[in-house]
Design a protein around this ligand. Structure first.
Ligand code: FAD
Ligand code: EPU
Length: 368
């Protein structure tokens, strides 16, 4: 049972048994809903914001019950996993639902693939470790990404040359208001760079309850991105394996990105922006060191971290809100920053980058 100093409890959850005259009586107590609940431990920015109501759900039935509870009271609801891609700029007056649905299930396998269904509340990195143990290939480049399985297709999480869409088979989701269950195929998810249908057409409409991944029995290695190859050399890896790649990715990530347990952050705050070739050519003429990658459609993706750093904002700090000193794409909370203060830094970065380069940055983080 979760507790919070100032929280009031509306309900208690679970089966309770009581023995009387050699007979076991079972009672079902409804799910626990806590009032005025601190979300500080539930967002990786470590922002002190409170939820009007909070419930942790461990089954689809409880999820539906929680959604119904909010609907009856005409309250909005917010589903969270690890809270690692959220910026809370104010208190949330509705019901925050922490998805704690657990479990893995192998649905099917053939000579090449294994199909694993994973409940949305499972911790993403724990699933990656499970795949490494079972020799299921495909998610090794995505090691150490914080958060839960449920957000992985919503965000189309990606790192080191791999995105969820590369291993995604299908997902199940519950409609927030109507309560029905729907299966989404790969096509229906409309994946894009850190995008999916759940951030656009179906924003705030569905809660993802499980995701099925299509993992390879025979690995296809991706080591061309970033510093993976150099890190494998440094580790003296002579025979490639998914475990070696995961270790290389873990080492690179740990050296570059701030640990939210130490400094509050939500990873890259902005997406890397894309521009057309002619804009890129004029920027490259003015800034020969500019870092950019060609997209499949011929546009150029600019490294936002480079733009921010060369606009002079790397390490910028006002109060406890700032731009990380090692990775300019990451906004940080050094302690007691509010969400509004982080948002001020976000606005400063967007304005400065726009004025200097004529390029618009868009947040990747979900701002509430
Ligand atoms: P939350 O922050 O809890 O939620 C994010 C959004 O998804 C919210 O809008 C929420 O309402 C919604 N949501 C959550 N669960 C569900 C659900 N079950 N159904 C419907 N909607 C849901 N991301 C990358 O892609 N690549 C990286 O390399 C990367 N590195 C990071 C490094 C650090 C240090 C940090 C802090 C973050 C990083 N991220 C990265 C961002 C983050 O880890 C991912 O976006 C992750 O998928 C968020 O998962 P979460 O469970 O914490 O989502
Ligand atoms: N760079 C700078 N200055 C900085 C930061 C970066 O010049 O302060 C330059 C680097 O030197 C490099 C380039 O920008 O040449 C790219 O940097 P990096 O490899 O660190 O990747 P990124 O573009 O900053 C993206 C993702 C990360 C993902 C990594 C690895 C986005 C928005 N971010 O970061 O994802 O882990 O690549 O694949 O696409 C996240 O989404 O939260 C996240 C951390």
């Amino acid at each position: 049972m979760r507790s919070d100093e100032t929280a009031g409890t509306n309900y208690c959850r679970g089966f309770f048994s009581h023995r009387k005259n050699n007979v076991t009586l079972q009672y079902f107590k409804a799910m626990e809903i806590l009032d005025n609940f601190s979300l500080k431990p539930y967002n990786s920015f470590g922002i002190e914001a409170r939820a009007g109501h909070f419930a942790a759900v461990t089954s689809v039935a409880e999820l539906k019950e929680a959604l119904e509870w909010a609907k009856k009271r005409e309250l909005p609801s917010l589903v969270i996993g690890g809270g690692s891609n959220l910026l809370l700029t104010e208190h949330y007056r509705g019901l925050v639902i922490k998805n704690e649905l657990q479990g893995y299930e192998v649905l099917d396998a053939d000579d090449d693939f294994v199909f694993v269904k994973v409940s949305a509340g499972e911790v993403w990195h724990r699933f990656v470790l499970h795949c490494l143990e079972q020799e299921y290939a495909g998610v090794e480049n995505l090691a150490l990404i914080p958060g839960c399985v449920g957000a992985s297709p919503m965000q189309n999480i990606g790192a080191y040359g791999v995105e969820i869409r590369d291993v995604f088979q299908e997902l199940t989701a519950v409609h927030r208001h109507e309560g029905y269950t729907r299966t989404f195929t790969h096509e229906a998810c409309a994946f894009g760079y850190r995008e999916s249908v759940f951030k656009n057409l179906y924003k705030d409409q569905f809660v993802i309850t499980d995701v099925t991944y299509r993992l390879r029995k025979k690995p296809v290695f991706h080591i061309e991105y970033g510093a993976i190859r150099q890190e494998l050399e440094r580790l003296h890896v002579s025979t490639l394996s998914i475990q070696a790649i995961a270790q290389a990715v873990i080492n690179i990530r740990s050296s570059k990105l701030p640990d939210p347990a130490v400094i509050g952050n939500a990873g890259s705050f902005f997406k890397n922006p894309s521009v057309d070739k002619s804009k890129y050519v004029s920027l490259k003429a003015a800034y020969p060191d500019l870092v950019a990658y060609e997209n499949e459609d011929g546009t150029m993706k600019l490294a936002a971290g480079w733009l921010i750093e060369h606009a002079g904002l790397k390490g910028y700090r006002k109060g406890d809100a700032g731009v990380h000193e090692k990775q300019a794409l990451v906004l940080v909370n050094y302690g007691k920053a509010t969400g509004a203060e982080i948002l001020e830094v976000c606005d400063l970065v967007v304005r400065t980058v726009s004025e200097r380069y004529g390029v618009e940055l868009h947040p990747e983080v979900n701002i509430l």
